[in-house]
Design a binder for this molecule. Sequence first.
Ligand code: MN
Length: 131
Amino acid sequence: MSDTAKTVLLVEDNEDNRTVYRTILEHFGYGVIEARNGEDGIRLAREEHPDLILMDISIPVIDGWEATRILKREEETKDIPIIALTAHALATDRMKAEEVGCDGYLAKPCEPRRVVAEVERLLGAAQGNEA
Ligand code: MN
């Protein structure tokens, strides 16, 4: 795995956002896998063990808060960094992100470069071993 690209699981129900974030992450050399709801996001996290999860909070079936809680409780997935994407820059959202165990937090609308900067803060560059 050491010289393969790091993989980001993008859990996002909005197709335009998926396209924007996938495009910039791939441009910076990250691999991207996608889920459109919380249930699929949890399943893919368990199956694929991505290096990081970008978690939209407002998603169908299981919302991003609950999906994060579940993944952070499980031995196999609890160490995967999760960045929450919330629709409002509310102080309560930031507090909730910390409470459920998110490692990072971004308020939408979020410029693609800020997403990459936050991913790099937690993962390092797309290639290589450094955390
Ligand atoms: Mn959404």
